[in-house]
Ligand binder design. Structure first.
Ligand SMILES: [Zn+2]
Length: 115
């Protein structure tokens, strides 16, 4: 398992941008919400229910020790803890960001830097 940390983490309401040593990837808020692995979200997934019916935005992010990022969503959901390994997998599936660093440059929200 690759447990390397991203170099930077950028946050905007629409997406999380992770800069890895080998590239930068944007993860849309909705995709992150759908990938939440907390108990209630897993239960919903098992019932084949959508995690959210309405568009959701990112409201915040907090590092959890050295192993994960906790994401806070605009719908009030703040139980989602995303291990870096999971985010790495999501990034691998998403592919490289079309416009690296655009978010950090234009974001009206906060940006967190880790490491
Ligand atoms: Zn959840």
């Amino acid at each position: 398992m690759n447990t390397s940390l991203p170099l930077t983490v950028g946050l905007s309401p629409q997406r999380l941008q992770l800069q890895w040593p080998d590239g930068t990837v944007d993860l849309p808020a909705a995709a992150l919400r759908a990938a939440c692995r907390c108990g209630p979200c897993r239960a919903r997934a098992l019932r084949n229910e959508a995690a959210v019916e309405t568009p959701v935005e990112l409201a915040g992010a907090e590092p959890v020790g050295q192993y994960a990022l906790q994401l806070i969503f605009s719908d009030g959901h703040d139980r989602g803890v995303y291990p870096w390994a999971l985010l790495r997998e999501l990034c691998a599936a998403a592919g490289p960001a079309p416009r690296p660093a655009a978010i950090l440059a234009s974001s009206n929200g906060s940006a967190v830097l880790i490491g």
